[in-house]
Write a protein that binds this ligand. Sequence first.
Ligand SMILES: Nc1ncnc2c1ncn2[C@@H]1O[C@H](COP(=O)(O)OP(=O)(O)OP(=O)(O)O)[C@@H](O)[C@H]1O
Length: 460
Amino acid sequence: MQENRKQIFTYTRHRQDCYRFVGTFSAVLLFEAGVWIVLILFLVSNQLLKLMLLAVIILLNLFTVFGFILMPLWTKHTVTSAKIILRYGYSVLEIPHQNILKAQPVTERLLRPYLVRMEYEVMKQRLVATFSAQKLVLLQLDGPHSFRVNRKQLQARQILINLDQPEQFLAALDLNPGLDLDTQHSSAAAAIPSVQSIAVERERQQSHQEQVPLGSLAIQTEGLSRHYGDFAAVLDVNLSIHHGEVYGFLGANGAGKSTTIKMLVGLVTPTSGTVLLNGHNLRSEEKAAKAGLGYVSDQAMLYERLTGREFLSFLAHLHNVAEPQAQNRINHYLKLLDLDAQADRLCGSYSFGMKRKLALAGALLHAPSIVILDEPLNGLDPRSARKLKDLFLELAANGVAVLLSIHDLATAEEVCQRVGIIHHGQMVAEGDVADLRHRVDAHNLEEVFLQLTQEAEAGA
Ligand SMILES: Nc1ncnc2c1ncn2[C@@H]1O[C@H](COP(=O)(O)OP(=O)(O)OP(=O)(O)O)[C@@H](O)[C@H]1O
């Protein structure tokens, strides 16, 4: 990569359209200013006050036209060797290359093409910085990132921009080795973790009920690694998880569990290594690999303005689950997870635990054959935790591969057939809980965990 590289990209193609909009808006403003001026001239007798009011009116209008409405015309995006600097109007966003998962040209009908400032779409966690529906490029980030826009701190996973030369822009980003410039339409898939497989599901129609034999390989990774700069968050992880087992992924805070899981579901691009889901390579056969996947992140994302039932119906519809079956499953999970009494309340009013249970129900509606859950029992009351543990065992008994990242070792010991312990990004042990206990002569999983991580620490 060249040092101090700097390429500038603009958007000028559809300024004519924007000028038309600005012209109309300015005419309205001028008319409004004229009315005020006439009123001031006739109604205010004090000369000094008259002059001051006129000055205020004129300055306000000039500021609105030149400082606000015309600002988006100065769109300028700069790609340096380390980051992208997006400028749209007053807003400037800086995004390091490693935080960009995908960049792709997209076509879509924008609700409000001529924006005067960056807009935030809550449902998609998307920032829209466009003044035309032409030449759109969607940047998909590797998770929610915080940006200060319009004096607010917003969490965005996607950014939509206009560019005169999207191909050159994508080529400039391509210099980053970790970047995935997949031009297939898959960006929406990762927009919200709990519904991350939706876009591919929709295209796949009903075929997701792929039959998988009990004991066959569900998740397989080889040499899976993710670096952030020089730091190895995950290093050379090899996993083999089978249909019909509950697998516990254990590790201290910052050990690399979430990063590994995000790589397994396609939300973070590995620096190296491969992921196979149901035998399909996640990178080269993304749709097939994600087809049977259900995932809930450690921070359940819901559409807060939908009721619980509407949210589940919406997901079932996106997954193309046939209507009577969808309603049956929705009712089943609402009841199972003690959410039926609150099903018609807005998700935004749900407690943390209720949101997590609803996100889990959403991830199970399309009957996935692989279920990946990041810390699923966090924040749940004992009764709900019990129900979920039973549910995991039932899913496994029905041939589903269940991967849980989990901190509570007693729970891991209770529900997981096998566990993997990750420490500073590397797997330090993996196997049957009884075997691991026997291997280090420990009484329980807690002792196994403490002993093995201590040994790894000492050997580091
Ligand atoms: N986007 C990022 N940029 C830089 N470092 C990161 C990024 N994401 C994760 N890391 C680092 O990678 C390491 C592993 O993080 P990860 O979130 O996978 O840990 P974890 O095992 O899930 O921890 P916890 O149990 O606390 O959730 C941490 O040191 C974290 O700071």
